[in-house]
Design a binder for this molecule. Sequence first.
Ligand code: NAP
Length: 336
Amino acid sequence: MRLLLLGGTEFVGRAVAEAAVGRGWEVTVFHRGRHEAPAGVRTLLGDRTAPGGLAALDEDPGEWDVVVDTWSAAPGAVRDAARLLRGRAGRHVYVSSCSVYEWPRPAGYTEDAPVVDGASPDADLTDYARDKRGGELAAVDAFGADRSVLVRAGLILGPYENVGRLPWWLNRMARGGPVLAPGPRDLPLQYVDVRDLAQWILGTAEQGLSGPYSVVSPQGHATTGELLEACVRATGGPAELRWTPPEVVLEAGIEPWTQLPVWVPPGSDLHDALHSADVSRAVAAGLRCRPVAETVADTWRWLTGIGGTAPQRPDRTSKGLDPAVEAKVLGVARGV
Ligand SMILES: NC(=O)c1ccc[n+]([C@@H]2O[C@H](COP(=O)([O-])OP(=O)(O)OC[C@H]3O[C@@H](n4cnc5c(N)ncnc54)[C@H](OP(=O)(O)O)[C@@H]3O)[C@@H](O)[C@H]2O)c1
């Protein structure tokens, strides 16, 4: 198989590139050259936001079985590349997001749930949900619904994460001492390991699938307890989890999801939306999810290998809890 990745050098795209190289595919990545490309790929350089920025793609004689686009800003970049490539690539896979579903999303929502309106392939940068929906519309406009896959990923974790969720928890555990663990311990989570997502994306291309898919682990694959306990084990055990009721966390003014990454309170709209999707369609299309302990251990190995400071995308807010707030909620002296 011949794969063209628009992107391919940071987190999700990198995992797709590495998985494809691992399958013996011919891989071309198109990016600006600010991040190093994975081993074994051919590189084309250009800036998708600059006039004439697609020249290297335009002039390249390449043809591909599948193009995967990870773009997540104004949808015009998806539109322009997809129009350029529609006659030279068999299938288009757009890495979208569950954020395209309208809010609130009832627990158990499927791909039939309504999506945000007001999005357009030609829109300027708006908000994340509309940018992603605009990217979906751009992909389908150019390739047609039968040649497009819309990968509505939920939370993505794993090595090379550049959003700062699992890296924050791992660094917090490594610092040791009492750790505010937001309860309940058995709260079900949904996320997808970036490498499982990558393998699934390649599988959709091989099987010739199309249409929208919500992609995270089935509910019940992991709980908050399993995730945080895996973090304690991976980092060598200096941390002591202090399970704290969700009401106490919320009363302290702590923001779910961002200040305590991954966690949202049980029974809330947030939990319905972020950890309660029905992913039967992705599972039927081959989604396989590795154990949470493996995701955590491999992410810690990667993070320590780069000195403990995770890369941070400039277009996402930073994550994590102020140690003083944590200590106050736990009623312990800071630094203990
Ligand atoms: N993280 C999550 O939990 C989550 C959840 C749901 C969905 N998603 C979606 O997953 C995707 C994440 O993908 P990723 O960013 O990790 O993919 P990636 O393909 O690994 O990285 C982004 C790529 O874009 C290139 N790039 C950036 N600006 C460019 C420009 N102006 N012109 C050409 N290339 C450019 C970068 O390389 P250079 O810098 O070298 O140009 C890099 O190769 C996003 O679409 C996001 O919306 C994420």
